[in-house]
Design a binder for this molecule. Structure first.
Ligand SMILES: [Zn+2]
Length: 112
């Protein structure tokens, strides 16, 4: 991978990390425990519980993406294998890495 591509990619990953961190903060605020039945109507409570479940799933996904992005950021400089598909050992196109810096497979291998 060229030095300028690495630089672009690192900027992109750093940007993504900031966005994911922001969304984690806002998800944490919306996935607080739901108030008991007598505090709000029963139907509202059902709705609150269901949106809480969605938020928790999003929160888990965001946290795991964050840790993958942080690893990717370290690997750009330190891992000579970064940007190489773990399946077929071909270089992953820079366009794909810019979209999904945490991906370790080329489009072809990710599909199969
Ligand atoms: Zn591949």
């Amino acid at each position: 991978m060229k030095a300028e591509e690495k630089k672009k990619l690192k900027d992109k990953i750093a940007e993504e990390i900031i966005l994911v961190k922001k969304s984690i903060v806002s998800l944490e605020q919306t996935s607080k425990p739901v108030a008991p039945d007598d505090a709000i109507g029963r139907l509202t409570r059902m709705e609150a519980l269901s949106s809480q479940g969605i938020n928790e799933a999003n929160l888990r996904a965001s946290r795991s993406r964050l840790s993958m992005l942080e690893q990717a950021l370290k690997r750009v400089d330190n891992d000579p294998e970064f940007g190489i598909c773990v399946e077929c050992e071909e270089a992953i196109p820079i366009g794909r890495l810019m979209l999904m810096p945490e991906s370790q497979r080329c489009v072809h291998c990710a599909d199969t």
